[in-house]
Each structure stands twice: as C-alpha cells, then as structure tokens.
Design a protein around this ligand. Structure first.
Ligand code: PXP
Length: 240
C-alpha cells in the first residue's frame, strides 16, 4: 500500500508571515493525520525560515503521529534531531539562498559524513532516508551507506508536467532508479513539486511506497480544505 506524507512547512510559513501563533503547525500536524495523512513531514532548516525548534519538538512528541523530520547534515541540526528523536529522518541538501530544496544530496562528496550520521540514527532505530536525484550511482552509494530508504527528487518531472513538456524520459529515469533501489532492498519514496497529475504518473511505479507532498497540498487546501485535498491524493495513490 502506497502512503502519503503531508509536509506542513508552509503552515509555519504562513504563521511566520504575521509573527504570531496562527495557523499553528502543531494543530496542522494533528489535523492532517486525522484527515488521512499517513505521516507528517517537517523540515527543520538551518535558517529556521518555517518550522522552528519548538514546533519540531512539540510535533515529534506526539505519540500518535508518525513524523518525518527533514534535516541537513549540519552537526548542530543532527544533534538536535537525535535529541528530538522523530520516527523518521530524511537527510536533504541545504543551501541558504534556495527557495526550496533544489536537488538531491551529493552522496559521492559526503559519503564518510553520511555514513557516520546514518549509523547514529540507526542506533536509535530511526528510519532514515536520503533525498537523492534519480541516478544509478547514487542508488549504489545509498546501498553502501546501508540506509533504510531513499526519496527520489521529483522536481524535474513535476516541472516538465506542469509546463506540458515531454516528461517520458524523466519518468523512465525515476522508474529505473526505483526498480534498482527496490532490488537492493532500499525502500523508495518520492517527493518535491508534486501535484495531482505528476503524482498520478508516479503511482504507476510499483516500487514507490511513499509520497511526500507539501506546497501543492497547502496551497490547494486554501480553496478546498485539507480534508478534501488529502482524500483526493489518497484516492490517486491507491489507484494503479
Ligand atoms: N521531500 C523533500 C525531501 C523535500 O525537501 C520537500 C520540500 O521541503 C518535499 C518532499 C516537499 O516538496 P513540495 O513542498 O514541493 O511538495
């Protein structure tokens, strides 16, 4: 069964625009779970532009929620994540000037550092995932690093679909990577830039077990509510 993780970072973005307490990401984490999200994703960025330490701690302390905490390899953030102890960790690249996570991790350049970090989370029995681009080399390095899951960056596919360009070879590249990772015993997730159409295309890849979607869900929920949007995504990902 494919799962839907809902990224609620942009509830915090909206709250921070006013510098007050509403809308509350903690409330949002419980709300999206009540309305069908299989897990909640939050990204504790080094610049704290949306989710802050207090949010992360409070959301991860909820026993009834499954929380996927996205973090960079920064040692202070890793330390913080170890103390917060979420259910899942997803390691992502981070660049201060980016608007959003622009690509996958550079596994080759960070192999040693990643190995140490992954082992720390493994010791705490935290399911750990690497956010990577869809390519064979990175899948092989992920296997060497003994990580539980990979999340394939779907930004390029999503942009091609949105701009009505030919997406076939990108979809094929993702499929090939997903099949290889699955063969190697790594669970495959997908995320970034996804909307109804790009998600629908990816559901045809059986090896993808989890979708992590944020910006589109929060934006669409302004018009149709979280409950309707989550229901629609769940219907899409359950269908083959
Ligand atoms: N997955 C990962 C690893 C991400 O970094 C992000 C963006 O924070 C997402 C999924 C969600 O992307 P979007 O907000 O574009 O749906």
């Amino acid at each position: 069964m494919k799962r839907l993780g809902v990224n609620i970072d942009h509830v915090a973005t909206l709250r921070n625009a006013r510098g007050e307490k509403h809308p509350d990401p903690f409330y949002a984490s419980k709300f999206v779970t009540k309305h069908g999200a299989d897990s909640v994703t939050i990204h504790l960025r080094e610049d704290r532009r949306h989710i802050n330490d207090f949010d992360a701690k409070k959301i991860c302390s909820q026993k009834k929620l499954l929380v996927n905490l996205e973090i960079s390899m920064n040692s202070e953030i890793v330390k913080k994540a170890l103390s917060i102890s979420p259910n899942f960790i997803c390691l992502v690249p981070e660049n201060r000037k980016e608007i959003t996570t622009e690509g996958g991790l550079n596994l080759k350049a960070n192999k040693k550092k990643l190995k140490t970090i992954i082992q720390k989370f493994k010791k705490k029995k935290i399911r750990t995932s690497l956010f990577i681009d869809a390519n064979v080399n990175d899948i092989l390095i992920s296997k060497e690093l003994d990580v539980d899951c990979i999340e394939i960056h779907t930004g390029k596919l999503a942009n091609l679909v949105k701009s009505k360009k030919n997406f076939k070879s990108e979809l094929q590249r993702i499929k090939k990577s997903a099949i290889l990772a699955n063969k190697l015993g790594i669970e495959v997730h997908a995320g970034h830039g996804l909307d109804y159409k790009s998600t629908q295309l990816l559901t045809k890849i059986n090896e993808i077990k989890e979708f992590n979607i944020g910006h589109f869900i929060v934006g669409e929920a302004l018009f149709f509510s979280f409950s309707k949007v989550i229901k629609k995504f769940k219907k899409i990902i359950k269908k083959k």
